[in-house]
Write a protein of this length. Structure first.
Length: 323
């Protein structure tokens, strides 16, 4: 794995083959492509099929065809998360060896019950904050999942006895993480209180999205992550993992969401219509409008060139990523 970001800009688009791209997906894809082109960088595509039970056979190739029809072709062959399990296991092993990850025997129902019994009612659509039940052992339970420890009791360890590998986790547990989104501005979250010890490997054996995306971004040398605004809340967990694994933190930019007639964001879960690529310029113009870009006529290539020039002059500025 890399320990420092390369000098050259490297961006990526990382769709999940749980359904075809829709209008909201194209906004993130177009923004990431334009940002890479505007900074003379590389644009990669990664198929995030780590959640194999939810993926549909052949959907990955369909998504690549949708992108290609819109003129969005990666600069290197795509990679598939399902072929990268050894990388994720190596990262998990590192965290376990450092005492930063532990096995958990709790079911989702047990976590919900424990929170209710302790007086913490889960907000509607809110995060299911893990209360740390298995931090100090499984207590005769069978291991179901693996979690990252975000709240080590520092008071029990004098500073001189804090293992160097755990310094990052102490700072995560005690301090609120701060980062700057290139579009949304300053952001912050305390992972320990907002999320708790989050899952790295699930009970069904699948590696969790948070671990896979952090390992992949580092291994591919990603300097800039552009994705939908609905994923903003994931950023602090990913920065926490980057710090725990001594990996670089890329820059982040979260794009505006496309909403349906009911006011909710378009998503595969709520039945968003598949992206119609029979008229790719029309689809791209719709995505460009969401990004504040002017409508273009003519060919797809000319439209992409015009938007790239505008993004180069007026797009969100870069900043120096964290070491």
């Amino acid at each position: 794995m890399r320990t420092a970001p390369p000098a050259r800009y490297i961006g990526r688009f990382a769709p999940s083959p749980t359904g075809p791209l829709h209008a909201g997906s194209l906004v993130a894809a177009l923004a990431s492509w334009l940002d890479a082109r505007a900074h003379d960088g590389l644009w990669l595509v990664r198929i995030e099929d780590v959640d194999t039970p939810r993926c549909f056979p052949g959907m990955d190739e369909h998504i690549l065809q949708q992108l290609s029809a819109c003129g969005l072709r990666p600069d290197q062959p795509p990679v598939w998360q399902s072929q990268r399990s050894a990388l994720y296991q190596a990262a998990l092993d590192t965290l376990v060896q450092q005492g930063l990850a532990y096995p958990c025997g709790c079911s989702r129902k047990e976590i919900e019950t424990g929170l209710l019994e302790s007086g913490h009612e889960r907000a509607r659509h809110g995060e299911l904050i893990y209360p740390g039940t298995c931090r100090n052992g499984l207590k005769e339970k069978s291991a179901r999942a693996w979690r990252l420890r975000t709240d080590i009791p520092k008071k029990n360890l004098p500073p001189a006895h804090i293992p160097p590998a755990q310094e990052a986790i102490y700072s995560i547990a005690i301090n609120t993480l701060h980062w700057t989104d290139r579009r949304l501005g300053p952001q912050q979250q305390n992972v320990a209180t907002a999320v708790g010890d989050f899952v790295l490997k699930r009970a069904d054996g699948c590696y969790a999205y948070q671990l896979a995306v952090v390992v992949d971004d580092a291994e591919q040398g990603i300097t800039d992550v552009l994705r939908g605004e609905d994923l903003t809340d994931n950023t602090a967990r990913q920065i926490a993992l980057q710090q725990a694994l001594a990996l670089p933190t890329p820059r982040y930019l979260h794009t505006p969401l496309v909403c349906g007639d009911n006011g909710e964001k378009l998503s595969k879960q709520n039945g968003a219509s598949a992206l119609d690529t029979h008229d790719p310029l029309a689809a791209l113009n719709h995505a460009a409008h969401v990004l504040g870009l002017s409508e273009q006529s003519g060919t797809v290539g000319n439209a992409l060139s015009a938007w790239t020039q505008h993004w180069r002059k007026h797009g969100p500025p870069l900043y120096n990523p964290a070491p």
